[in-house]
Ligand binder design. Sequence first.
Ligand SMILES: NC(=O)c1ccc[n+]([C@@H]2O[C@H](COP(=O)([O-])OP(=O)(O)OC[C@H]3O[C@@H](n4cnc5c(N)ncnc54)[C@H](O)[C@@H]3O)[C@@H](O)[C@H]2O)c1
Length: 325
Amino acid sequence: MRYLVTGAAGFIGSHLCTGLLAQGDDVIGLDDFSKGKRERITPLRNYPRFKFTAGSLSEEKHLQDIIEQVDVIYHLAAVVGVKRYVEDPIMVIEVNVNHTLNLLKVAWQSGKKVIFASTSEVYGKNEAVPFHEDSARVYGSSTADRWCYAVSKSAAEHLCLGFARKGLPLVIVRYFNVYGPHADSSAYGGVASRFVNQILSHKPLTVHGDGSQTRCFTYIGDIIRGTIEAGSRPAAEGKIFNLGHRRETSILELAQTVLAVSGTKGEIIFQKYEEFYGPHFEDIPRRVPDLSAAEQILDYYPQISLEVGIGKTINWYRQHHYQSK
Ligand SMILES: NC(=O)c1ccc[n+]([C@@H]2O[C@H](COP(=O)([O-])OP(=O)(O)OC[C@H]3O[C@@H](n4cnc5c(N)ncnc54)[C@H](O)[C@@H]3O)[C@@H](O)[C@H]2O)c1
């Protein structure tokens, strides 16, 4: 098979390229490097079946040329990261909605299957966990910018499902807090990689709020297996799947786990949301997936525990980013 992976220089996109190449498929990676990193695609260049093309999803002609060359499209390119949503909601909507529409139009015209990377954020602050794929979406006011990402991915899902009704072969996967090697460990990254960065830089682990908010952290290897299954099983077509982990972990527990697994002594400090994200920030108290659909149709059972996954992540950062320090 020949695949296009958008967002190939991103955290999940680069791992997905590796997974597809490892099973002997051809992959074209596309990224505009707005947040992608060249170091993530450098190892992929060892595979003769890998091609990379720099460009944006806004360039329709370029998109048409690439899509003509592939059988299936994994659409992962997006503006991601809570700090980015609150800083630039216009860009979030522009890329996650408008550029997704560009891609879907071209895919539909050429009859190419799309696997769309959506997010657990679409459920918003719905308190009825675990979230089933049909669960309601509950959002706060539009004056709280954090909701722009959930709204953008939700709108993109509507576009996906609209094109599916017009005949586009489609699968939607909703990821739950993915972590692992290559994740962005800056202030713009997810909380797990930020904690790893802080511990390796000998800084206190900064918990936002009181740390009682929970997430289900999912190791990148599990996410990639689920994503590849979603793209290759005919029974998955037309469906939405939660891809996550069942274990619910508070952010404070995550910080304690990072400390324990790293084997170092460190301090945990608490920071008010407003100090980090600015005014009007609203967090989501709990986020837990119902994985029954993914288990039944994709045979998806996450295998990596939080302790093992955090250990692998710390080792990777120690070898790569912190080698010379
Ligand atoms: N990381 C997570 O925990 C998580 C959770 C839920 C959903 N997701 C979804 O998974 C996907 C991948 O996320 P990620 O964590 O790898 O993010 P990432 O930011 O590392 O990767 C996204 C990539 O898209 C590229 N990109 C952005 N706009 C583009 C455009 N217009 N044209 C071409 N490339 C563009 C960026 O340069 C970046 O490399 C996203 O769609 C995201 O919404 C991620």
